[in-house]
Design a protein around this ligand. Sequence first.
Ligand SMILES: [Zn+2]
Length: 184
Amino acid sequence: MNNSPMDCTAFQNELPDLVLTPNARPSLAAVAHLRACPPCSEEYLSFQSTFATLDQWTAPEPSSYFEQKLAVRIREEQAAPRMSWLERLRTRIALNGNHNLRPIMVGALALVLVASGGGIAGINYQRPIQPSATVNDLQILDRNEQAFQSLDELQQDDDSTQQNGSQPSSIDGNAATPVAPPAS
Ligand SMILES: [Zn+2]
Protein backbone atom coordinates (compact mmCIF):
# COMPACT_ATOMS: atom_id res chain seq x y z
CA MET A 1 0.00 0.00 0.00
CA ASN A 2 1.26 3.46 -0.71
CA ASN A 3 -0.94 5.59 1.45
CA SER A 4 0.40 8.90 2.50
CA PRO A 5 1.64 8.29 6.04
CA MET A 6 -0.39 9.68 8.87
CA ASP A 7 1.21 10.57 12.14
CA CYS A 8 -0.21 9.86 15.58
CA THR A 9 -1.46 13.38 16.09
CA ALA A 10 -3.44 13.38 12.87
CA PHE A 11 -4.85 9.97 13.67
CA GLN A 12 -5.92 10.99 17.12
CA ASN A 13 -7.64 14.02 15.70
CA GLU A 14 -9.74 11.69 13.59
CA LEU A 15 -10.27 9.20 16.38
CA PRO A 16 -13.28 10.79 18.13
CA ASP A 17 -15.16 11.16 14.86
CA LEU A 18 -14.35 7.60 14.01
CA VAL A 19 -15.72 6.22 17.25
CA LEU A 20 -18.60 8.62 17.82
CA THR A 21 -20.04 8.64 14.32
CA PRO A 22 -22.14 5.51 13.92
CA ASN A 23 -21.47 4.95 10.21
CA ALA A 24 -18.08 6.55 10.03
CA ARG A 25 -15.83 5.34 7.27
CA PRO A 26 -12.21 5.76 8.27
CA SER A 27 -9.86 7.12 5.67
CA LEU A 28 -7.33 4.76 4.18
CA ALA A 29 -4.56 6.71 5.81
CA ALA A 30 -6.21 6.26 9.20
CA VAL A 31 -6.58 2.52 8.69
CA ALA A 32 -2.98 2.23 7.58
CA HIS A 33 -1.81 4.10 10.63
CA LEU A 34 -3.95 2.02 12.94
CA ARG A 35 -2.43 -1.16 11.58
CA ALA A 36 1.09 0.09 11.90
CA CYS A 37 0.82 1.79 15.27
CA PRO A 38 -0.02 -0.37 18.33
CA PRO A 39 -0.46 2.56 20.73
CA CYS A 40 -3.01 4.17 18.44
CA SER A 41 -4.95 0.96 17.88
CA GLU A 42 -4.90 0.48 21.63
CA GLU A 43 -6.38 3.89 22.03
CA TYR A 44 -8.96 3.26 19.37
CA LEU A 45 -10.14 0.17 21.23
CA SER A 46 -10.20 1.91 24.56
CA PHE A 47 -12.43 4.56 23.01
CA GLN A 48 -14.69 1.92 21.63
CA SER A 49 -15.02 0.03 24.88
CA THR A 50 -15.57 3.25 26.80
CA PHE A 51 -18.50 4.24 24.68
CA ALA A 52 -19.86 0.72 24.49
CA THR A 53 -19.87 0.72 28.27
CA LEU A 54 -21.62 4.06 28.36
CA ASP A 55 -24.26 2.75 25.97
CA GLN A 56 -25.00 -0.14 28.26
CA TRP A 57 -25.03 1.90 31.40
CA THR A 58 -28.40 2.51 32.97
CA ALA A 59 -29.02 4.53 36.06
CA PRO A 60 -30.37 2.61 39.04
CA GLU A 61 -34.12 2.85 39.55
CA PRO A 62 -35.08 5.42 42.16
CA SER A 63 -36.85 4.09 45.22
CA SER A 64 -40.64 4.13 45.24
CA TYR A 65 -40.42 6.57 48.09
CA PHE A 66 -38.63 8.95 45.79
CA GLU A 67 -41.30 8.59 43.14
CA GLN A 68 -44.08 9.20 45.64
CA LYS A 69 -42.35 12.24 46.92
CA LEU A 70 -41.76 13.44 43.41
CA ALA A 71 -45.39 12.89 42.46
CA VAL A 72 -46.52 14.91 45.45
CA ARG A 73 -44.06 17.59 44.54
CA ILE A 74 -45.27 17.68 40.97
CA ARG A 75 -48.87 17.94 42.09
CA GLU A 76 -47.89 20.82 44.31
CA GLU A 77 -46.14 22.49 41.46
CA GLN A 78 -49.08 21.95 39.17
CA ALA A 79 -51.41 23.41 41.76
CA ALA A 80 -49.16 26.38 42.21
CA PRO A 81 -50.32 29.46 40.34
CA ARG A 82 -47.27 29.92 38.18
CA MET A 83 -44.05 28.18 37.53
CA SER A 84 -40.78 29.58 36.43
CA TRP A 85 -39.18 28.17 33.32
CA LEU A 86 -36.41 26.68 35.42
CA GLU A 87 -38.91 24.75 37.51
CA ARG A 88 -40.63 23.53 34.39
CA LEU A 89 -37.31 22.33 33.11
CA ARG A 90 -36.50 20.57 36.36
CA THR A 91 -39.85 18.82 36.42
CA ARG A 92 -39.44 17.78 32.84
CA ILE A 93 -36.01 16.31 33.43
CA ALA A 94 -37.21 14.51 36.53
CA LEU A 95 -40.15 12.99 34.68
CA ASN A 96 -38.05 11.82 31.81
CA GLY A 97 -35.56 10.04 33.99
CA ASN A 98 -32.05 9.92 32.62
CA HIS A 99 -32.96 9.68 28.97
CA ASN A 100 -32.31 13.33 28.37
CA LEU A 101 -29.19 13.42 30.45
CA ARG A 102 -27.30 10.60 28.86
CA PRO A 103 -26.59 12.23 25.50
CA ILE A 104 -25.50 15.35 27.32
CA MET A 105 -23.15 13.32 29.46
CA VAL A 106 -21.70 11.48 26.50
CA GLY A 107 -21.30 14.75 24.67
CA ALA A 108 -19.46 16.26 27.59
CA LEU A 109 -17.17 13.28 27.83
CA ALA A 110 -16.50 13.47 24.11
CA LEU A 111 -15.58 17.11 24.49
CA VAL A 112 -13.13 16.27 27.23
CA LEU A 113 -11.57 13.54 25.12
CA VAL A 114 -11.33 15.78 22.09
CA ALA A 115 -9.86 18.59 24.13
CA SER A 116 -7.23 16.29 25.55
CA GLY A 117 -6.32 14.95 22.15
CA GLY A 118 -7.25 11.47 23.33
CA GLY A 119 -4.46 11.53 25.88
CA ILE A 120 -6.66 10.22 28.68
CA ALA A 121 -7.14 6.83 27.11
CA GLY A 122 -3.44 6.47 26.48
CA ILE A 123 -2.62 7.18 30.09
CA ASN A 124 -5.10 4.64 31.36
CA TYR A 125 -3.61 1.91 29.28
CA GLN A 126 -0.02 2.49 30.12
CA ARG A 127 -0.41 2.79 33.85
CA PRO A 128 -0.96 -0.83 34.93
CA ILE A 129 2.12 -2.86 35.80
CA GLN A 130 2.90 -5.06 32.85
CA PRO A 131 2.97 -8.75 33.79
CA SER A 132 5.48 -9.73 31.15
CA ALA A 133 6.54 -8.47 27.81
CA THR A 134 5.28 -11.59 26.05
CA VAL A 135 1.83 -11.56 27.56
CA ASN A 136 1.60 -7.90 26.85
CA ASP A 137 2.60 -8.41 23.26
CA LEU A 138 -0.07 -11.04 22.89
CA GLN A 139 -2.68 -8.78 24.40
CA ILE A 140 -1.69 -5.97 22.11
CA LEU A 141 -1.83 -8.29 19.14
CA ASP A 142 -5.26 -9.47 20.20
CA ARG A 143 -6.54 -5.97 20.56
CA ASN A 144 -5.03 -4.97 17.27
CA GLU A 145 -6.88 -7.78 15.62
CA GLN A 146 -10.14 -6.60 17.14
CA ALA A 147 -9.41 -3.12 15.93
CA PHE A 148 -8.70 -4.28 12.42
CA GLN A 149 -11.86 -6.31 12.31
CA SER A 150 -14.09 -3.53 13.51
CA LEU A 151 -12.42 -1.12 11.14
CA ASP A 152 -12.94 -3.50 8.27
CA GLU A 153 -16.60 -3.71 9.17
CA LEU A 154 -16.78 0.03 9.27
CA GLN A 155 -15.08 0.42 6.01
CA GLN A 156 -17.29 -2.07 4.19
CA ASP A 157 -14.84 -2.17 1.36
CA ASP A 158 -13.84 -5.42 -0.21
CA ASP A 159 -10.46 -4.96 1.25
CA SER A 160 -9.31 -8.56 1.28
CA THR A 161 -6.07 -7.84 3.09
CA GLN A 162 -7.14 -8.94 6.51
CA GLN A 163 -4.96 -8.93 9.59
CA ASN A 164 -2.01 -10.58 7.87
CA GLY A 165 -0.29 -7.66 6.27
CA SER A 166 0.99 -5.86 9.29
CA GLN A 167 2.00 -7.58 12.43
CA PRO A 168 3.23 -5.04 14.93
CA SER A 169 6.97 -4.92 15.05
CA SER A 170 6.96 -5.61 18.77
CA ILE A 171 6.35 -9.31 18.17
CA ASP A 172 9.83 -10.20 16.96
CA GLY A 173 11.95 -8.49 19.55
CA ASN A 174 10.72 -9.27 23.04
CA ALA A 175 11.79 -5.85 24.00
CA ALA A 176 11.12 -4.49 27.43
CA THR A 177 8.88 -1.81 25.97
CA PRO A 178 6.10 -3.40 23.95
CA VAL A 179 4.18 -0.17 23.95
CA ALA A 180 5.78 2.45 21.78
CA PRO A 181 6.46 5.89 23.23
CA PRO A 182 3.42 8.18 23.42
CA ALA A 183 2.28 10.22 20.53
CA SER A 184 4.33 13.27 19.76
ZN1 LIG B 1 -0.01 6.26 16.13
